[in-house]
Design a protein around this ligand. Structure first.
Ligand code: COA
Length: 288
């Protein structure tokens, strides 16, 4: 099928939101796992957000013969490590090479921007995406679980909201634990009023956490990150009550299960380019 790859523009949002909702919905219904998007409107919020932000590049595939949009994919390049997704192809047009084209275009875009490290989170039930990403050079690094936060019973006095004044601490912690800064990513989330939290025992910020699948967190100690996550559940709206936990974080996982957080489903963390496993306590975002 002859197709063109075009930049995502606002007039594409409704059709791409519908594809995103149906692509994930069909797959997740088939496997009986929790849906990522409860409505086309929720999918539209993500497509609209990613399609508008200056630190994202969005690409759509269009059927040359009919002009129909077939799917989309996004690259986030807020800092020096880039993230991919969500990639979604219309269920009627899958397995015809469109996904490969839309993955290749974001990888080419990363290369064009001089980005050496590209990462993504692959939903384990999808054998097609796992195979496609592996063929395109992504290496499996870690199994992750998506978890639902059980809010802490009381506020933790060591924890307060994350503000722009904490960005130097975000820079310090992410550079030390992730190997490169994620400060621009957090600054962009603060700008659109995402909730975030920092833990400070009086000796400076020891950890930060932005809840939700687009958020992430780092702390020097497991107990600190667990406290940040359950505290966030008390203050962030329900749509932010999810996070991704690397299963290699054994102790943090047990702390969160003891705090009655629930396991939803599994993902694979995959990377291209140089990779050093983050240190300390960490939870990744859906992109990075
Ligand atoms: C995942 C998705 C984007 C793939 O798009 P697509 O257009 O169907 O994929 P393509 O046809 O371009 O490529 C699939 C590739 O995987 C291969 N593949 C698919 N299933 C496979 C399997 N079970 N074993 C081995 N290889 C497999 C195909 O042979 C093809 O390889 P090729 O490009 O070398 O020929 C699409 O299925 C989708 O939108 N799924 C729902 C949303 C989703 O899950 N997104 C990804 C979340 S991680």
């Amino acid at each position: 099928m002859p197709i063109s790859i075009i930049p995502v523009a606002p007039e594409h949002f409704p059709a791409l939101a519908s594809i995103c909702y149906r692509a994930f919905g069909t797959l997740q219904e088939r496997h009986g796992v929790e849906k990522d998007f409860d409505s086309v409107e929720t999918a539209g919020m993500v497509i609209g957000l990613f399609g508008s932000r200056p630190d994202f590049a969005g690409f759509a595939a269009r059927d040359d013969a009919t002009g129909k949009l077939l799917g989309s994919n996004f690259l986030q390049f807020s800092d020096s490590v880039a993230g991919v997704g969500p990639i979604t192809i219309d269920p009627d047009d899958q397995s015809r090479g469109v996904g490969r084209r839309l993955m290749q275009v974001v990888m080419d875009e990363a290369a064009r921007r001089g980005i050496a490290q590209v990462r993504l989170m692959q939903e384990c039930i999808n054998t097609a995406s796992l195979s496609l990403y592996t063929k395109l050079g992504f290496d499996w690094r870690e199994c992750c679980v998506m978890m639902r936060i059980e809010p802490a019973a009381t506020d933790d006095p060591r924890i307060r909201p994350l503000t722009a004044e904490d960005l130097p601490a975000v820079d310090r912690l992410s550079t030390a634990q992730y190997g490169s800064t994620r400060v621009n990513e957090i600054a962009a989330l603060l700008k659109i009023q995402f909730p975030g939290f920092v833990l400070d025992e009086g000796r400076g910020v020891a950890g930060y956490f932005v809840p939700g699948l687009i958020g992430h967190g780092f702390a020097t100690r497991d107990e600190h990150l667990a406290a940040l996550i359950t505290h966030a559940g008390r203050h962030a709206p329900p749509m932010f009550h999810k996070f991704l936990l690397p299963l290699g974080e054994h102790n943090l996982h047990r702390l969160l299960l003891d705090a009655r957080c629930r396991t939803i489903k599994m993902f694979n963390y995959m990377t291209t380019g140089p990779y050093e496993r983050p240190t300390g306590a960490w939870v990744p975002s859906i992109g990075m």
